[in-house]
Design a protein around this ligand. Sequence first.
Ligand SMILES: Nc1ncnc2c1ncn2[C@@H]1O[C@H](COP(=O)(O)OP(=O)(O)OP(=O)(O)O)[C@@H](O)[C@H]1O
Ligand SMILES: [Mg+2]
Length: 303
Amino acid sequence: MTNSSPHTSTDQAKTLRDLNPQPDSVSFQQEGNQSTSVYSITSGKGGVGKTAVVANLAYALTCKGKRVLILDADLGLANIDVVFGLTPEYNLNHFFSGEKELHDIIIDGPLSLKILPAGSGLQNFTRLASHHKIRLLNALDSMDDHFDFVLIDTEAGISENVTYFNTAAQEIIVVTTPEPTAITDAYALMKLLSTQYHEKKFNLVVNQIRTEEDALDVYRKLTMVSNRYLDISIDYLGSIPEDRQMVESIRKQKIISELTPESKISQAFKQLATRICTEPPQLTPKGNIQFFWNKLLNVEDNR
Ligand SMILES: Nc1ncnc2c1ncn2[C@@H]1O[C@H](COP(=O)(O)OP(=O)(O)OP(=O)(O)O)[C@@H](O)[C@H]1O
Ligand SMILES: [Mg+2]
């Protein structure tokens, strides 16, 4: 079991969350249905650890027996395949150009993890055309494979692709580090998504922390400013410690959760996975077109 400090910090986080009320959400049991929870993992500033969070969170969910698909949506600088040491033959480039279908592109990661690679240097698709967006939505929706979770690794910033993937997901996870510029950019991203795209709920992961207090401090700062200026809620999902072994993991092209399963950082990813499993996203369509829209509607109909 984990030591007592994460529990204490979880309690602190809960207290902070209670201070920051969430919008009405539909209570929903994940068991016994075929719904897919779609999370986009995003950030204002680049290099804060989105890809690391996606890869390790997906792995941790897979270890829990969940069926997980990673969608690499960093169409300019994709590298999710690299962190897993994979060399895909095809990527989303081939899908968007009409040469391949999604099932031709999906590759196997560790355990039962599935990955939709983007391929590096997809300059053509740094701004997806509407017909590409619709094709992707339809293809995901009509996939035969069932996934419990789809994790979307977005590029950093506020490009049109980023806003598209964030609004098409059911839940948005904003990753930041305690660095002031990363926090400011996280705020700017949430501001844009809330004021221009009507996104009202965000989840926060603070990466590369030294102490849990660092993470809670970031959460406090962001909620304080957003409570004052924006009509949004931020749910604190958890934090990931800084770990020098990440360099080694990149060099070995093996994710850190596989390389050092007992380390503090791997435990933090497991906690994040547990949190996501125990608090599934609200399944009310957000009003915009979402991934797995049809499946979402079917679940709504069957309730
Ligand atoms: N918790 C951590 N401890 C130490 N190093 C980390 C941690 N998280 C990420 N890193 C390192 O930081 C660098 C950036 O991480 P990553 O590529 O995941 O960020 P990103 O947000 O996906 O970047 P980009 O915006 O370019 O897509 C990588 O070298 C990674 O190994
Ligand atoms: Mg990345």
